[in-house]
Structure formats: C-alpha cells, structure tokens
Design a protein around this ligand. Structure first.
Ligand code: NAD
Length: 282
C-alpha cells in the first residue's frame, strides 16, 4: 500500500522540475494529483503520461480565480482534497532594488508569496470540512541568507516561511498541517535559467547538465541536488508519517546552510543569477 493511498493532491507548478517529480512520486504512492501550472500544455502532457490518477489545469497562481478553480476542479473530480503543494515559482525581479520597477516588485510577490496565501485560503475550507489536510509550501534556502538568490525572491521566500507558521497555528485546530520545504541548489529548468516556455528537450537537457556540473561543488554533500531530493521531503510532509509535524521549514540543501565544504573548492561562489522577469500574461 502506498504512503498516500486514497489521498487527493493539488500541485502548483507541477509541470516541471520539483513539482513534476513530486507529482510522479505522489502518483506512485497511490495519490490522485491535479497539476496546476501556467504551462497548460506541458501540464496536460505530463498528466496524460501519468495516467488516470492525474489531471491538469492551466493556472496562474497569482490570480485568485485561477487558484480557486484549480482547487475546485480537484474536489469536483475526486470528491476531496487532502494535500495542497504550493510550489509554483520563478526567479522574480533581479538587479538592484533602486532599479526595480514597482510592477516587477508586485509581480514577484504575487507569484511567489500571494500565491501561497491564495492556495491556503481556498484549500482550507475543504480540509476543514474533512477534518484533516496537509499544506506544503516551497520556500528556499534564500529565506535564511541574503546573497544566494535575487533580493525580492529571497524576501518573498522568507515571507513564505512566516506564512507557513502563521497558517499552521490558525489551522491546527482543524487538524490541518502546514509546512514548508526549503530547497538548496536543485537541478531544474528554473535554476538553469531556461526562459519560460522553452521546452525543447535537448536544449533543456544541455542546460541542466551544465548546471549539475556547476552545482556539485556548491555544498558539503558532494553532488548536485535533484528534484527527487525535494520530492522525498514533500512526500514525508504530505504523509501520515508527519502527522505531528506542523509549522516547520525543512531545509533540504546538501548542507549548504551548515557551512563551507571542507574540500578544496576553487569555484565556491554563490552567484546571484540574473533571471529575467517574465510576464505571465504577455
Ligand atoms: P521549474 O521552472 O522547473 O518549475 C516551476 C514551475 O512553476 C513551472 O512549471 C512553471 O510553469 C510554473 N510557474 C511559474 N510561474 C507560475 C505561475 N504564475 N502560475 C502557475 N505556475 C507557474 O522550477 P523549480 O526549480 O522546480 O521550482 C519550483 C519551486 O522551487 C519554486 O517555487 C522555486 O522558487 C523553488 N526553488 C527552486 C530551487 C532550485 O534551485 N531549483 C531552489 C529553491 C527553491
């Protein structure tokens, strides 16, 4: 019997990277999964590949009607909602604050932080009615240390950690657990700087290969982080093994935040990447 047998999950940003690997893992553990992603075609393709226990909807997590519709679609299809994984994200506005346009600030916060509020707001009523539920949010090591990622990205992810805690104490009365996972450097299209919508498999694979090589030295554990490393933690938090765990921000980073590796690492640098802002509706 799978660790998520009979459970229904919604995964935002489930078409790629960490979200896609988590969708695969959840299905393998017996869950039914609705993938909600801005890349509707890619999400549909993955759902078709995963079989009858998967479905997909196009969703911009920065928009309340989209988020509500995605959650309602899962409940309508499978009659319940046990797990919400608020995971969609992007690099957000980059560069100095003094050069950042207010619209880019707003969009960064909308996609990375408001989305978590919206998901929680619309999932909680279903979970309250059932008397149980698990909400998991993707934050980042950037929530704890400045200079690893873009400034506003880091600010938003720190907000995700605090929203995890505030929601956890609000919803504990209803047996709804809320936790965050905080990944280190993970080999995904986002971290490889792939432009949104770039799905040409060979180019993506080449970019991931280069990133994996660069990332293997970055942390004490001497290999690059992979989506499966994060999916394992998300699975734990979603499962009944974690039934007394709430309000936590679980760091999964190969030891990055613990300190510098002992070995001689010539290129030990954390270069803030320039991830160009994109406009979901452009
Ligand atoms: P990814 O690009 O592979 O996947 C992100 C997914 O989110 C994509 O499918 C994209 O279409 C979707 N998305 C982006 N904006 C959206 C929106 N407005 N509405 C709906 N869907 C949207 O990247 P990933 O690395 O798997 O990222 C997943 C999460 O992990 C993000 O929240 C990211 O910030 C976080 N994270 C990643 C790393 C890393 O090193 N890769 C480290 C720490 C945290």
């Amino acid at each position: 019997m799978g660790r998520l047998e009979g459970k229904v999950a919604v995964i935002t940003g489930g078409a790629s990277g960490i979200g896609a690997e988590t969708a695969r893992r959840f299905i393998a553990e017996g869950a039914r999964v609705l993938i909600a992603d801005l890349q509707g075609d890619v999400a549909n393709q993955l759902a078709a590949e995963l079989g009858d226990n998967a479905a997909a909807v196009r969703c911009n997590v920065a928009r309340e009607p989209d988020v509500k519709a995605a959650i309602d679609a899962a409940v309508e299809r499978w009659g319940r909602l046990d797990i919400l994984y608020n995971n969609a994200g992007f690099g957000g506005a980059s560069g100095p604050l003094v050069d950042t346009a207010v619209e880019d600030y707003d969009m960064t916060m909308d996609v990375l932080l408001k989305s978590v509020f919206l998901g929680t707001k619309h999932a909680a009523p279903h979970m309250k009615a059932q008397g149980s539920g698990a909400i998991i949010n993707t934050a980042s090591v950037c929530a704890f240390e400045a200079g690893i990622g873009n400034q506003l990205y880091s600010v938003a992810k720190a907000g995700v950690v605090m929203m995890t805690k505030t929601a956890a104490i609000e919803l504990a009365e209803h047996n709804i657990r809320v936790n965050a996972v905080c990944p280190g450097y993970i080999t995904t299209p986002l971290a490889a700087g792939r432009p949104m919508g770039e799905n040409e498999p060979e180019r993506v694979e080449r970019a991931l290969g280069r990133l994996r090589e660069r990332n293997e030295d970055n942390q004490p554990l001497h290999r690059a982080g992979e989506p499966a490393d994060i999916a394992g933690m998300v699975l734990y938090l979603a499962s009944d093994d974690a039934q007394w765990v709430t309000g936590q921000a679980m760091v999964v980073d190969g030891g990055l935040l613990a300190g510098r590796p002992w070995r001689d690492v010539p290129h030990w640098v954390t270069e803030p990447r320039d991830v160009a802002i994109y406009r979901p509706d452009a």
